[in-house]
Design a protein around this ligand. Sequence first.
Ligand code: NAP
Length: 246
Amino acid sequence: MIDYQPSAQCLANKTLLVTGAGDGIGKQASIHYAKYGATVILLGRTVAKLEQVYDEIVAAGYPEPAIVPLDMKGATPQNYQDMVNTITDQFSRLDGALLNASMLGELTPFVNIAGQIWDDVMQVNLNAQFYLAQALIPALQKANNSSLLFTTSGVGNQGRAYWGPYSISKFATEGMMQVIADEYEKSGLRTNAINPGATDTKMRQTAFPAEDKSKIASAEAIMPAYIYLMCDDSIGVNGQRINAQS
Ligand code: NAP
């Protein structure tokens, strides 16, 4: 794991958006960001899961979060813009966004990839990130220092047989991260991509159903890297692909 020990209130007074906040890594990131003082905007498609995360955060006495239900498969560019407008109306500023929501699609030989699966994976894992980033960047620039954090994968810079759409969408995500990081290099906005590494979540279980879960990291265990990249200790880190498990 990345060896980083955050100070108790390192995210105090920050407002952070997390996509895919209802489950897996996004859920743990939301709870940990709140624990370290942030007001977290929980974006996801399953309201009941978002409400559970909301309840957990409030019960722990952390800053009250907000819920934004949105299915990124069907969302339009205008939906993202409207969402960001609502956030900026409601909160004085936005200090960071963890673009975490993704779908796996199907693991299948390249020649067998169904067009619909390709389209869905590209819509959620790539197009949605593009429209979201376009809408978010002006809001993030209003903060003195802000962090835009994409999520990549071990197959995001090294292709692997049968992982077609997912792997290709993560390569493109890394490309998008690098373009934005380069464009905003001299600004207060830093843009990076995090690779969680093998982590015990529903997505991992779908990809590796027979795996011994006790041998892989829990979502909680990889949180130091997620916290580091949102707090001010990572100011100056830009355009990087960061492994949460080193
Ligand atoms: P997960 O447990 O499947 O969680 C994914 C989250 O994304 C869920 O909250 C899900 O919502 C949300 N989501 C999926 N499709 C969505 C849509 N159309 N609109 C809105 N939200 C949607 O996956 P995870 O393992 O935590 O993965 C988190 C990130 O880490 C992903 O980007 C993944 O590619 C990456 N990653 C994971 C691993 C790993 O080993 N786990 C390794 C490398 C990279 P619902 O709860 O409503 O389904």
